[in-house]
Design a protein around this ligand. Structure first.
Ligand code: IVH
Length: 669
């Protein structure tokens, strides 16, 4: 009996490690989140029964131990130097010339990589176990953040011996790389901070930096950091002849290596790489601030050496920032879904990297004060990815600049505006404020929530202003006539919206939970809650302790969920929704048996009528699985407009390629 438990635990750990690697490192999961959660749950159960069998490298132990009192200082095995930056192709040519001269060669092969905008970190492994993670610090001495690094799911806690053969099984080795935050995780972290009344992080890098120095690993775990590695040292030396081999090897032994690196046999290949990524970088779900070019032959690294500050065998090419200067015409307070008043700058329209920008967020009053920005000032603004443009700094103060003061009354409903003790955010106290209601309706109808097509801003405004809707549940009592009587609404569009609202009742539980707009509960948390509890009522009744048993739910999320369900008004809305027949239980189609059972799909490009989520839902409803990247195991690649490298790969591997119409045919067979 005892032996059996031990065996099951060992088998579960191996399985979970394998699937963590597929999911977090390769971005190519083989089982659903639901199935993965079940494995974790089983392992936790067994470990609870047999605590003496819990080991430090168990997948359940990523977040463990009490918060640290401080972060101890640690000396690096060799200095963590940074790179020289260049901003022009001419300077880059100088770099290549210097490398060739110093090495006495006509031609040098390079490797080009993305310059990930995070913070560098050194990880030490002993006998295959992760033992220490240290920040760069001043380059000589950094801070020990081991407990925090352990929470990063793409960082392996243990590497099997057989994999270490690739580097001669060293008793000890060090990898270095970049800890970062995806744009999505950054937005989520900021939403949480704002809701908690804390100042926002300015960008994903600051957010990652702030997170990694947290003393409580549980907070770090919630923030979902990621790490790409690009450097390997064994006994303080380079163990392989080429840097490209290092990247391949790191990947083979289980680390996450950014897949976009490229060998550049000629210097022109470097230039082509830089040019290709100039625009493509916006499509990444994390930020990069340039390209790193490294000499591929590692024997040359020692030969070329380093200056006091940086190596001579590598250089960073920085892309020009997407910035511009313009005048602040006005600053006003905008009321959001949670009732928060956000200061927004109205700008003199200006072109920033091909997009006309006329507004920028100032986030909160702390930020307004930090920037010292006044109406009339000239400011530097910047745009990064899809985030709302931001004000970087004031470049010229207006002589008669007018200070922005947070209004005492809500600009929408006229009720009081308050700032709770210790919070940064100002909020409208009126929970029935039309601005809050409008935002909740927009959120409810959103693509990732109940996905009610046709319920856009104009319609939401009218529904609220005409008092046709007082909460989200009222949407389900609307009549076609009420809609048809509104401005710019014909009989036909009224019917379409009615159909969409009706259809939304079938949305699965996770979407309903997300749509409710509970503070801190984003899409992912909603899915995890749905998987764990299986029913809305169970979540509503759960104690904070029970809530925290769900994956990735920490104390603050648990508290926010409880607060939400304690609010009488919210409970009333939920009762109304129940009466209208919404899905409050996890659909039992989880087994997912259908005509596509066992088939793997990859989606790429924009489909003409189906959104990504719609296509995924349709495929999953028939038992198929949608995964992130193409491999030999892929059965079908569904291709839309602007398909990228996945299509090339599918062709190369000879995988069946479908367009939307063909997919629909397959589903309807
Ligand atoms: S190599 C000795 N490769 O950029 C060379 N660095 O400005 C070590 N960075 O401190 C760095 N992406 O934090 C390297 N692909 C990449 C990188 C990268 C981002 C960061 C790293 C470094 C800084 C230098």
């Amino acid at each position: 009996m005892t032996k059996n438990v031990e065996k099951e635990i060992a088998a579960l750990r191996e399985k979970i490690r394998y699937h963590e690697h597929r999911y977090y490192v390769l971005d190519d999961p083989q089982i659903s989140d639901f199935e993965f959660d079940k494995l974790m749950q089983r392992l936790r159960e067994l470990e609870q029964k047999r605590p003496e069998l819990v080991t430090r490298d168990s997948p359940t132990q990523r977040v463990g131990g009490a918060p640290a009192a401080e972060l101890p200082k640690v000396r690096h095995s060799s200095p963590m130097i940074s790179l020289d930056n260049t901003y022009s192709v001419d300077e880059l040519r100088d770099f290549d010339r210097r490398v060739r001269e110093l090495s006495g060669r006509d031609k040098v092969e390079y490797v080009a990589e993305l310059k990930l905008d995070g913070l560098s970190m050194a990880l030490t492994y002993e006998h295959g176990n992760f033992v220490r993670g240290v920040t760069r610090g001043d380059g000589t001495v950094g801070e020990d953040v081991t407990g925090n690094i352990r929470t990063i799911r793409s960082v392996p806690l243990r590497i099997e011996e057989k994999r270490l053969k690739a580097i001669d099984e060293p008793a000890k080795f060090e990898v270095r790389g970049e800890v970062m935050m995806t744009r999505k995780a950054f937005e989520r972290a900021n939403a949480q901070r704002e809701a908690a009344g804390e100042p926002r992080f300015a960008n994903p890098r600051n957010s990652a930096a702030g997170t990694i120095r947290q003393l409580d690993p549980r907070i770090v775990a919630e923030r979902q950091l990621d790490m790409f590695v690009y450097y390997l040292q064994v006994n303080r030396a380079e163990p392989l002849r080429e840097h490209s081999q290092v990247l391949e090897t790191l990947s083979k032994i289980g680390f996450k290596v950014n897949p976009h690196w490229k060998r550049c046999p000629a210097f022109d290949d470097v230039l082509a790489y830089i040019q290709a990524w100039e625009n493509k970088r916006e499509s990444l779900d994390y930020e990069i601030d340039g390209i790193v070019i490294k000499v591929n032959n590692t024997a040359l690294w020692a030969e070329l050496g380093t200056t006091a500050k940086s190596p001579r065998w590598a250089v960073a090419f920085k892309y020009p920032a997407r910035q511009a200067t313009t005048r602040v015409n006005d600053i006003r307070a905008q009321v959001g879904r949670t009732g928060t008043l956000t200061p927004v700058a109205d700008l003199e329209p200006v072109d920033v990297g091909g997009v006309t920008v006329s507004h920028a967020t100032l986030h909160n009053m702390d930020e307004v004060e930090r920037l010292g920005v006044k109406i009339g000032d000239t400011v530097l603004i910047q745009r990064a990815g899809e985030v709302i443009p931001q004000v970087v700094k004031v470049v010229k103060q207006a002589e008669d600049g007018r200070e922005f003061v947070m209004p005492k009354k809500c600009p929408v409903c006229g009720e009081d505006v308050r700032r709770a003790e210790g919070e940064v955010a100002y909020r409208c106290v009126n929970s029935a404020c039309p601005a809050i209601l409008k935002e909740s309706l927009r959120h409810w109808a959103g693509r990732r929530a109940m996905n009610i097509e046709g319920l856009g801003d104009v319609l939401v405004d009218q529904l609220v202003e005409k008092h046709l809707v007082r909460d989200v549940a009222d949407l389900y009592s609307l009549t076609r006539q009420q809609l048809a009587d509104l401005e710019r609404m014909g009989e036909k569009s009224a019917q379409n919206v009615m159909d969409e609202i009706e259809r939304s009742k079938q949305s699965e539980l996770a979407r309903v939970i997300f749509a409710l707009g509970i503070r801190y509960v984003g899409e992912r948390t909603a899915q995890l809650l749905a998987n764990h509890f299986g029913a809305l009522d169970k979540i509503a009744k759960a104690t904070p302790e029970e809530l925290m048993e769900a994956e990735e739910v920490g104390a603050r999320i648990a508290e926010a969920i409880q607060e939400f369900f304690q609010e009488k008004r919210n409970r009333e809305v939920i009762e109304k929704l129940r009466k209208k027949g919404l899905q409050f239980e996890q659909a039992q189609t989880r087994k997912r048996e259908g005509r596509l059972t066992g088939k793997q799909f990859v989606l790429t490009g924009t489909l003409p009528s189906l959104s990504r989520q719609d296509a995924t839902d349709l495929i999953e409803a028939e038992g198929g699985r949608v995964i992130g990247s193409v491999s030999k195991k892929t059965d079908y690649v569904v291709v839309g407009a602007d398909a990228g490298s996945k299509l090339d790969k599918a062709r190369a591997l000879g995988i069946a390629i479908l367009d939307e119409a063909e997919l629909k045919k397959l589903l309807a067979k």
